[in-house]
Design a protein around this ligand. Structure first.
Ligand SMILES: CC(C)(COP(=O)(O)OP(=O)(O)OC[C@H]1O[C@@H](n2cnc3c(N)ncnc32)[C@H](O)[C@@H]1OP(=O)(O)O)[C@@H](O)C(=O)NCCC(=O)NCCS
Length: 170
C-alpha cells in the first residue's frame, strides 16, 4: 500500500463494499499477535452481524482505499447497559502514524454520542503500547489490568480495560 497523506484521510460508513479490505486489515492486525485474542479474521457475514450498523466506520484515502476501520458491538442485552458498547480499531500497517486511528475513534465517539451511547469500552494487551497511547489521546481512561485472563497461542495474557464515559450524556 502506498503511503497516505494525512490530509487525504476521509471517514465514511463501513459497508459490504469494504468487506475484503476491512477483513484483510483485521487479519494483518491479528497476525501481529498484540491486538486481540482472535487468531483469524471472521467471515464477513459474522462480522456484519456482530457490529452495530450505525457505529462502524472506515478511514479511506483519496482513491477510496481502506486505511483502517473501527466498529462497535453491544456488550449486554440488559437495560442498564443499553448505552455501553465495546469497540475494535485497526489501521493497515502501511497507514499507521498518520492520524487514521484517532480520526476513526473520533468518528465513533461522535456517532455513539449522537445515538445516546454513554460508554465505549475495550480491552488492550499491555504490550500494545500504540493502542494504549492512541486511546489515551482519544480521551479513554485505564480502568485496570486483568491478570492472565485468557490464553493466546498457549500463553496467558493480561488485558488492560479501558473506557470513555461521554461527558455529554447525563
Ligand atoms: C493502534 C492503532 C490502531 C493506531 O493507529 P494509528 O492510525 O497508527 O494511530 P494515529 O496515527 O491516529 O495516532 C494517534 C495517537 O496515538 C498515539 N500512537 C499511535 N501509534 C503509536 C505508537 N506506535 N507509539 C506511541 N504512540 C502511538 C500517539 O499519541 C498518536 O498521536 P501523535 O501522532 O499526535 O503523537 C494501530 O497501531 C493498529 O492498527 N495496531 C494494530 C491493531 C490494534 O492493535 N488495534 C487495537 C486493538 S486494542
Amino acid at each position: 500500500m502506498a503511503a497516505a497523506d494525512p490530509m487525504t484521510i476521509r471517514i465514511t460508513g463501513l459497508t459490504a463494499e469494504h468487506a475484503a479490505e476491512v477483513l484483510a486489515i483485521y487479519q494483518l492486525g491479528i497476525e501481529e499477535r498484540n491486538a486481540t485474542f482472535e487468531t483469524a479474521a471472521p467471515r464477513w457475514e459474522a462480522f456484519d452481524a456482530a457490529k452495530l450498523p450505525d457505529h462502524r466506520h472506515v478511514a479511506v484515502d483519496h482513491d477510496g482505499r481502506v486505511l483502517g476501520w473501527v466498529a462497535a458491538t453491544k456488550v449486554s442485552d440488559r437495560r442498564a447497559y443499553a448505552g455501553v458498547v465495546e469497540h475494535s480499531v485497526y489501521v493497515h500497517p502501511a497507514a499507521r502514524g498518520r492520524g487514521a486511528g484517532l480520526a476513526l475513534l473520533n468518528a465513533l465517539i461522535v456517532s455513539t454520542e449522537a445515538a445516546g451511547i454513554w460508554t465505549i469500552q475495550s480491552g488492550i494487551f499491555p504490550e500494545n503500547t500504540a493502542s494504549l497511547a492512541l486511546h489515551q489521546r482519544a480521551g479513554f481512561r485505564v480502568i485496570g489490568t486483568r491478570e492472565r485472563v485468557g490464553r493466546h497461542h498457549g500463553v496467558w495474557r493480561d488485558v488492560v480495560l479501558i473506557e470513555r464515559r461521554s461527558p455529554r450524556i447525563t
